[in-house]
Design a protein around this ligand. Structure first.
Ligand code: UDX
Ligand code: ADP
Length: 466
């Protein structure tokens, strides 16, 4: 039985794409709770505190408005991790858990070193009873490690320190994070301490219907997050595999999507063919799932999910091959314009973006590429393409104007479904490009009947007989 009646102060460790928006919405919906977001990255915290709201480190529709409303009222950003842990009854851990790059499980398992580091900080600085909540996507059974660290420290140092550990995975999608947080399909809380669960529930009940709050044991909650992402990613690889079949047979992916999506059991959402899924979660979580399955002696399960990743990689490879084939098998001395570098529209995030792999394939073919994206910072692209020389008019460069990017180019490849690309005047673009000019639409953004009135050659994902 814990001695807490009400939560007055929350600390969230990790001011990233999950921690930032999630805490902003909690602060907005719970004016009586003080929400402190802490991070070891000073630059990131400075950007969260920037008076110019266009400089926030995360671009999400609706986020800047909320930050403008609650920052320095009941939402605070700081690098003082220890101070705010000690002042809070509830600590969310929302740090990055990327795929491990070294040692056992390299390339598959999730690296939870940041999470472990944070847990040690919580163990050190917490006072009284603290509820520790896993928000980051983590391998199943991580809560056991978190508990072990907290309990050991407790017995070593301060017997008055006590902890409850809950899992509360985040299901927001980037680009719609604020909507997802304000109106979630469900809130999942895993744990075995009912008092702690009820205190966390009370926070969500400020704006979420009680029927949407699901409670489970810790392991079900942790595994549900991996399972949800695996199911979603599997739909994308499934529809992408059919996009390739459509192109070969003359079937039309939109007609197929409508025909299958109207079956209520299948549903119409998440059936858009494209350049493959990117983002920080899908690939990481499926790799983690395959690692776990192998670890638990289930190689058949691992092989099943691995195929979702294989199709995703192949989709990017076959888009590059299509471009190469249409451009007579050589990209040397050709200029290719990349429209969109973010992994999806309405985010400035490029983690695992299909654009990275496709650009690398093109650069390996000696193409010169010019990248346009309305939200992605050039410094991010620098990191993603760091192995390739960046020069003006050769190898790769970034343009802030898509018409300039298109000038004298042999091909345009649309890789992110940004709204602005939907409004492009293709007659104008046609005049800027070198002929024969191609437009490759991997997002089905362009109305074929419009572009076919120009002299541009046109290829669209999932359409046969182009
Ligand atoms: C995903 C999950 O949706 C979310 O619940 C979880 O918390 C984190 O991972 P996110 O990666 O932010 O969210 O975005 P999402 O909308 O799922 O898109 C992931 C990728 O799949 C993007 O590259 C997107 O372009 C692609 N996608 C999505 C498709 O190619 N087709 C679709 O129909 C949907
Ligand atoms: P996500 O998409 O999961 O939010 P991000 O990479 O956007 O991932 O954000 C994770 C944040 O966690 C980063 O800003 C990083 O600096 C922060 N972080 C990582 N390790 C620690 C730590 N030990 N203490 C505090 N913050 C941390």
């Amino acid at each position: 039985m814990i001695n807490l009646k009400k939560i007055k102060s929350i600390c969230c460790i990790g001011a990233g794409y999950v921690g930032g928006p999630t805490m902003a919405v909690i602060a907005d919906k719970c004016p009586n709770i003080r929400v402190n977001v802490v991070d070891i990255n000073q630059e990131r915290i400075d950007s969260w505190n920037d008076l110019d709201l266009s400089k926030l480190p995360v671009f999400e529709p609706g986020l800047a408005d909320i930050i403008g409303r609650v920052r320095n009222k009941n939402l605070f950003f700081s690098t003082n991790v220890g101070k705010f842990i000690s002042k809070s009854e509830l600590v969310f851990i929302s740090v990055n858990t990327p795929t491990k790059k070294y040692g056992i499980g390299a390339g598959k398992a999730s690296d939870i070193s940041s999470l472990e580091e944070c847990t040690r900080q919580v163990a050190k600085y917490a006072t009284g009873h603290t509820i520790v909540i896993e928000k980051s996507t983590i391998p199943v059974k991580t809560a056991a490690a978190v508990k072990a660290i907290l309990e050991t420290t407790q017995s070593d140092n301060d017997l008055n320190k006590t902890f409850s550990v809950l899992s509360n995975p985040e299901f927001l999608a980037e680009g719609t994070a604020i909507k997802d947080l304000e109106n979630p399909d469900r809130i999942l809380i895993g744990g075995d301490d009912n008092d702690a669960i009820n205190l966390l529930k009370d926070i969500y009940l400020n704006w979420v219907d009680i029927n949407k709050i699901i409670t489970t044991n810790l392991w079900s909650s942790e595994l549900s997050k991996l399972a949800s992402n695996a199911f979603l990613a599997q739909r994308i690889s499934s529809i992408n595999s059919f996009s390739a079949l459509c192109e070969e047979t003359g079937a039309n992916i939109d007609e197929l999507k409508r025909a299958i999506g109207t079956d209520k059991r299948i549903g119409q959402y998440f059936l858009n063919a494209g350049p493959g899924f990117g983002g920080s979660c899908f690939q990481k979580d499926i790799l983690n799932l395959t690692y776990l399955s192998e670890h638990f002696g289930l190689p058949e399960v691992a092989a099943y999910w691995e195929q979702v990743i294989n199709i995703n990689n192949w989709q990017q490879y076959r888009i590059y091959k299509t471009v190469l084939n249409k451009l007579f098998g050589t990209l040397s001395n050709k200029k290719i314009s990349i429209f969109g570098f973010a992994f999806k529209a309405d985010t400035n995030d490029t983690r695992e973006s299909p654009a990275i792999k496709i650009c690398k394939y093109l650069l390996d073919e000696n193409a010169s590429i010019v990248i346009h994206d309305p939200r992605v910072n050039e410094s991010n692209i620098d990191i993603d393409l760091k192995d390739y020389i960046k020069l003006k008019f050769s190898k790769w460069e970034v343009s802030s104007d898509f018409e300039l990017a298109a000038k004298d180019s042999d091909a345009i490849i649309i890789l992110t479904e940004w709204d602005i690309y939907q409004k492009i005047d293709w007659f104008k673009i046609e005049k800027l490009m070198r002929k024969p000019a191609w437009v490759f639409d991997t997002r089905k953004l362009i109305e074929p009947n419009v572009i076919k009135k120009t002299n541009l050659n046109f290829w669209q994902i999932g359409y046969g007989l182009n």
